[in-house]
Design a protein. Sequence first.
Length: 366
Amino acid sequence: MDFKIAVLAGDGIGPEISKVGVDVMNAVCNGFNHNVSYKYAICGADAIDKVGNPFPDDTFNICKEADAVLFSAVGDPKYDNNPTAKIRPEQGLLAMRKQLGLYANIRPVQTFNCLLHKSPLRADLVKDADFICIRELTGGMYFGEKYQDNDKAYDTNYYTRPEIERILKVGFEYAGKRKKHLTVVDKANVLASSRLWRQIAQEMAPQYPDIVTDYMYVDNAAMRMIQEPTFFDVMVTENTFGDILTDEGSCISGSMGLLPSASVGSGTPVFEPIHGSWPQAKGKNIANPLAQILSVAMLFEHFGLEAEGNVIREAVNASLDANIRTPDIQADELEAYSTTQVGKWIVDYIEIVISQRAQSKSTLKD
C-alpha cells in the first residue's frame, strides 16, 4: 500500500514524540513493503507565532490531500494563562476536526498488567479493564454559539438529529465488533440536548437487537469508571462529556502517555495521543512516546492492516515488560529511559521481529 501522511508535530513535546511515531511508521512500512511519504505542516501555538493562525490554509490543504494525519499535541502556557487571548492553539485542533469532517473520536482505554501499580486505583479494580469511549467531536458546546463580556458569558450545547444519529451509529457498530454492550452517556435529567440524545438512541436501539444498550447519566458514568471500569465495553457520548470522561479514563491505565486515539468522519482521519503538549517537558527528552506509537498502530488498523498494527502493539508490550520506560511509568528502583531510547528500542524490536518472521516463512517454503 502507498501512504501519504501529513505530520503535524505541534507544540511542546509534540516534535519529540512525532519523530518517534514517524520512525515506527517507517520501520513497519519497510518491513511490510509499503511505500510511505510525508508532508510536514504547522499548527497550534507554533502556527500562531509564524502566521497568526493555529490551523492555516496550507496545513488544511496538506491534511486534505493526505491518506491520514499523524498529529501530536498543541498548547502553550502563554495562551493558557491569558484568558483574554482571542486566538488559542486549541482552536487549531477544533478547526482541523471541523474542516476535515471528523465527527467521531475513538479512544481506547486499557490496562497493562505490568503497570497496574501505576494506576491510582486498586489493581483488582482496573485489571482487565478494556473499553472504548466514542466521543462526538464537531458539535455541542465546543462549537455552539458563544458570548463573553466582563459580566456574563455563555456557551450553547447545540446538537441536531443527524449529528446524533451518525455518532450513535458508530457506537452501535463498534459494540457489534466487541462484546455487544453499548452505554449511552448523557445528562437527560437536566439537559434538553441530552434528552434528544437519549430519545434518538432509544429509537435506534431496536435496529441493533444483538447489542445490549444501557443509558447512564454522566456523573454516574464518571463514578462507575472509577468503581468498576470493567463494566464498560463501548460508551458513546457528546463532545464535552467525552472530553472529560476520556481524560478520567487515562488514570485507569496509569498514564495519559499510554493512550492513543483516532478521529474519523467524512475526511482524512487523524491519529494522535490523547495527552497534551506538556510544555514543561519540552526539549528534555523525557516524554512518553507510547501513545503516539500506538496511534500509528491505530492508523494501520484503520486501513485494515491488522498485522502491521499487531506488531506495533507487540513491541510496545515487550518494551513495558523489559522495563524500557520513560520516567512517568518506570519502576522507582529502576533507571528511566529517554523518549528517543524508548523509540529506538521499539523500532529495533519491530525490525527484528519482522525479519525473523520473514526468515521463518522462507524456511517453511523451502
